[in-house]
Structure formats: structure tokens, C-alpha cells
Design a protein around this ligand. Structure first.
Ligand SMILES: [Zn+2]
Length: 81
């Protein structure tokens, strides 16, 4: 995963864009469009980057990632204890 993805993810968490809906369901506001938000679970995301990953890397056994999935990982880390 690129350093840029992690940087973006941290920013999403820090600016309060991550909202927990249920145990494994989060809503993340888009950083580029405040009107837009994505529903994200620990292993899936609605965003284009996530969907495109499987389109371009189909069948390679890779796990898709995007700044939103990474943001949830950071969010969970910070809120677990
Ligand atoms: Zn995403």
C-alpha cells in the first residue's frame, strides 16, 4: 500500500470523517466531495478505487485496499481498549 494512501487515511480519521454505524459498518465522508460519503466495512468499500482494484487485478488473489479501509483500521486501533 502506498504511503499516500496511509496519509490520506490518517487525515480522514483526524478530521472526523469516520463515523461508526454498527460493529462492522462505518460511514466515511469523501475528502474530495463533502456531499458524498461511503459505507465501509472491514473488508469492503463502495468507492471507485476499491471497485477498480478488482477490475484491474481480478483473479490475482490480491486483497483490495483504499484509503477508507485503511482509515477504518486506524480508527479501530485508536478506539480499542
Ligand atoms: Zn474506499
Amino acid at each position: 500500500m502506498s504511503a499516500n494512501t496511509i496519509k490520506k487515511a490518517k487525515k480522514l480519521v483526524e478530521s472526523g470523517c469516520v463515523v461508526k454505524i454498527e460493529d462492522d459498518l462505518f460511514q466515511i465522508k469523501s475528502s474530495s466531495d463533502p456531499e458524498k460519503s461511503y459505507f465501509v466495512t472491514s473488508d469492503s468499500c463502495e468507492c471507485l478505487g476499491f471497485k477498480n482494484f478488482y477490475k484491474f487485478h481480478h483473479g490475482k488473489g490480491l486483497k483490495a485496499n483504499c484509503s477508507h479501509l485503511e482509515a477504518i483500521r486506524i480508527f479501530k486501533d485508536e478506539n480499542s481498549d
